[in-house]
Design a protein around this ligand. Structure first.
Ligand code: AP5
Ligand code: MG
Ligand code: ZN
Length: 218
């Protein structure tokens, strides 16, 4: 089952993806995470992506689409067909959505559901500026909503938590503007295809996960 997690920055896409992975047979393709991995390893892709990400702009499609297929084809090769594949942060433009449709068709596959996080803008800024992440295992925390047991330390692996480079108020505002101007059109794009499911992103992570399972019947 191929599922897109669609929503603005800070809506909880990564948090829901982690919960699904903990509880179901699922794998995640998160373009933002792939870019950050490349940045920390100082690859050529990382160096090119960084200049866009630090400003909160979108990385160009020609750097993005191929890496999604690399990840997807690797998953298909290694796992059985009944896994859930979660697309987190992709597609983000109409062109990316068309490329995804085309590539799925070529592979005899389809996007089964698009889970849209319905959420107010004020909540997003509070969530993002308070987010702390583990540079080692990727676990995500929030200084108020979901604090680690020991301040500044990852519960999972004990590594010192960091703040993402693009998690400052100025960059967040640009990311939200870009979401509105380039990504939010995908809501209607998938509504028209009859595969959009809305969930209330303002609820707690547990409630979001419950609504996801109920509405998708998984
Ligand atoms: P990306 O990494 O995808 O960032 P984003 O879309 O801005 O989304 P976030 O990761 O910030 O938010 P999230 O929805 O995952 O929220 P989270 O669960 O962490 O992309 C980063 C950049 O990479 C882009 O700006 C762009 O430059 C580039 N990029 C990536 N993909 C691209 C593409 N396809 N094309 C071009 N460029 C691309 O939660 C946020 C916080 O809230 C956390 O602290 C969490 O603990 C807390 N929280 C989460 N859920 C809840 C809840 N239910 N209640 C209370 N708190 C919650
Ligand atoms: Mg994320
Ligand atoms: Zn960790």
């Amino acid at each position: 089952m191929n599922i897109i997690l669609l929503g603005p920055p800070g809506a909880g896409k990564g948090t829901l993806a982690n919960k699904i992975k903990e509880n179901k047979n699922a794998v995640q393709i998160a373009t933002g995470d792939i870019f950050r991995y490349n940045i920390s390893n100082e690859t050529e892709l990382g160096l090119r992506a960084k200049e866009y990400m630090d400003k909160g702009d979108l990385v160009p499609d020609e750097l993005t689409v191929d890496l999604v297929w690399d990840a997807f084809d690797k998953i298909e090769k290694n796992n059985s067909q009944d896994n859930i594949v979660l697309f987190d942060g992709f597609p983000r433009t109409i062109d990316q959505a068309s490329a995804l449709d085309k590539g799925m068709e070529e592979r005899g596959q389809q996007i089964d559901h698009v889970v849209y996080f319905d959420i107010d803008e004020e909540i997003l800024i509070h969530r993002i500026t308070g987010r702390r992440v583990c540079p080692n295992c990727g676990a995500t925390f929030h200084i108020e909503n979901n604090p680690p047991k020991l301040e500044g330390i990852c519960d999972v692996c004990g590594t010192k938590l960091i703040q993402r480079n693009d998690d400052n108020e100025e960059t967040v505002k640009n990311r939200i503007d870009i979401y509105k101007s380039q990504t939010s059109v995908l809501i209607d794009y998938y509504k028209d295809k009859g595969i959009l499911i809305s969930i209330d992103g303002a609820n707690s992570p547990e409630e979001v996960f419950e609504e996801f399972c109920d509405k998708l019947g998984v």
